[in-house]
Design a protein around this ligand. Structure first.
Ligand code: TXA
Ligand code: MG
Length: 324
C-alpha cells in the first residue's frame, strides 16, 4: 500500500477520518508525539496497529477522545481524583487509567480490565477524532522499541507503505509522550513520566502522596519496559564530570545546554541553549533522530536535571541506553 501524506485542511481530515471509519490506519500529530490511529471500537483495525508497529506482544493502547463526555462510555467508573485531573489537565498530555466498560475491545487493553484514556490538546487530533465519530486507539507512530516520532518525516521513515496515511501537522509542540497516571489504586501511581510534570499533578490533587513507578523493577505498565525509545546507534549517558570520548571513534553529543568541549564530537545537538526543560523536551526526539542519521559510532548524552519535564526526558534516556 502506498502511504498518502495529508495536510490539515478540512478535505484531508475528512479523507483521514474515512480511512479510520473503514478500519484503516492513519498517523496523526498530537501535542506530545505522532500517534498511529485506528478505530478503538474495531478489534481488527486495532490488530493492524500491532502488525504495522511490529510489536512482538500486545501492549495496551491509549484511547483518544475529543469530548470529555466519552469517558463515561469507555469507563465503568470515574472517581473524584480522576474528575479533578480531567477538569484541570484535559485536553493535554495526561493519560488516565480507568476500569474499562464492555464496549472497549480486549485487544485495545491487552486483556486488562482497565483502559487508558486521553484527550489530546492538538486541533488536528481533535478534528480527526470528531470527524471519525469514534474514539481512536493510538500508540506512538514508531516501530516497536524505536525512537518516537515528533515530525511527519519520522513516521514516514519507519512506517511508509504499512499504513494508509500520515497527516502532516508539523512538529509536535511538547515532544514527549503523555504522563500516564492510575488514580484508582489506593495511592495514585505515575506509571510513565511524560509531558505533564509530576509536580503539577501532585499540586492539583492537594499535595497527596503519588507513587512514581518509573524505575521500579516490577512492570506496571508495559511502557516501563527497558530498551524502549532506542536509536540504532549505541547511546551512552555521560556520568563523569570531566568526560572525553575515546579518540578513535566517531562520537556524537546530545547536549542539554551549550557544550564546552565541542572539538571531540563529529555531530552535536543542543536541546536548549538556555537550559529550558520545556524547550529541551520539544527538541529531544528530533535531536536523537538527527544524531541517529549522522553515521556515528556512539551517541553520548548529557544528563538533564530531574525535575519538571526533566524527569520524563531522563526516563527516555535511561531506556535509550539500556541495551547498547
Ligand atoms: O502521548 C502519548 O501518550 C502518545 C500519543 C500518541 O497520545 N501515545 C503513546 O502511546 O505514547 P504508547 O502506546 O506508545 O504508550 C502507551 C502507554 C504504555 O506505556 C502502555 O503500557 C500504557 O500507556 N498503558 C496503556 N493502557 C494501559 C493500562 N490499561 N494500564 C497501564 N498502562 C497502560
Ligand atoms: Mg511508544
Amino acid at each position: 500500500m502506498k502511504t498518502k501524506i495529508l495536510f490539515s485542511d478540512k478535505k484531508s481530515i475528512k479523507k483521514a477520518a474515512l480511512i479510520i471509519k473503514k478500519g484503516g490506519l492513519v498517523a496523526f500529530p498530537t501535542e506530545t508525539v505522532y500517534g498511529l490511529g485506528a478505530n478503538a471500537l474495531n478489534p481488527e483495525a486495532v490488530a493492524k496497529v500491532f502488525e504495522a508497529k511490529k510489536r512482538p506482544h500486545f501492549d495496551p493502547l491509549i484511547v483518544h477522545i475529543a469530548d470529555k463526555k466519552f469517558v463515561k462510555k469507555l469507563c465503568r467508573r470515574v472517581n473524584k481524583k480522576a474528575e479533578i485531573l480531567i477538569a484541570k489537565f484535559w485536553p493535554g498530555p495526561l493519560t488516565l487509567i480507568f476500569p474499562k466498560s464492555e464496549i472497549v475491545p480486549d485487544i485495545v487493553t491487552a486483556g486488562l480490565k482497565t483502559v487508558a484514556v486521553r484527550m489530546p490538546a492538538h486541533q488536528i487530533a481533535l478534528d480527526l477524532i470528531k470527524e471519525a465519530g469514534v474514539p481512536i486507539a493510538a500508540p506512538s507512530a514508531n516501530l516497536f522499541g524505536k525512537l518516537s516520532p515528533t515530525e511527519a518525516s519520522h513516521v514516514f521513515k519507519q512506517l511508509k507503505d504499512k499504513i494508509e496515511a500520515i497527516i502532516d501537522g508539523g512538529k509536535c509542540p511538547i515532544g514527549i509522550e503523555s504522563t500516564v497516571v492510575d488514580v484508582f489504586s489506593r495511592t495514585p501511581k505515575v506509571l510513565r513520566p511524560g509531558g505533564l510534570p509530576i509536580e503539577e499533578i501532585k499540586k492539583a490533587l492537594g499535595g497527596i502522596k503519588l507513587e512514581v513507578k518509573t524505575r521500579s523493577r516490577k512492570i506496571y505498565s508495559p511502557g516501563q519496559l527497558k530498551s524502549h525509545y532506542q536509536p540504532l546507534t549505541p547511546l551512552k549517558i555521560i556520568r563523569k564530570k570531566k568526560f572525553k570520548p575515546p579518540l578513535n571513534i566517531k562520537a556524537g553529543l546530545l547536549a542539554f545546554k551549550k557544550p564546552k568541549n565541542k572539538k571531540f564530537y563529529h555531530h552535536i545537538e543542543v536541546l536548549s541553549p538556555s537550559g529550558n526543560l520545556r524547550e529541551a523536551a520539544a527538541n529531544f526526539f528530533s535531536a536523537l533522530h538527527r544524531l541517529d542519521k549522522a553515521h556515528l559510532d556512539v551517541i553520548y548524552a548529557e544528563k538533564i536535571p530531574e525535575k519538571g519535564l526533566g524527569v520524563a526526558i531522563m526516563d527516555r534516556l535511561y531506556k535509550a541506553e539500556s541495551l547498547s
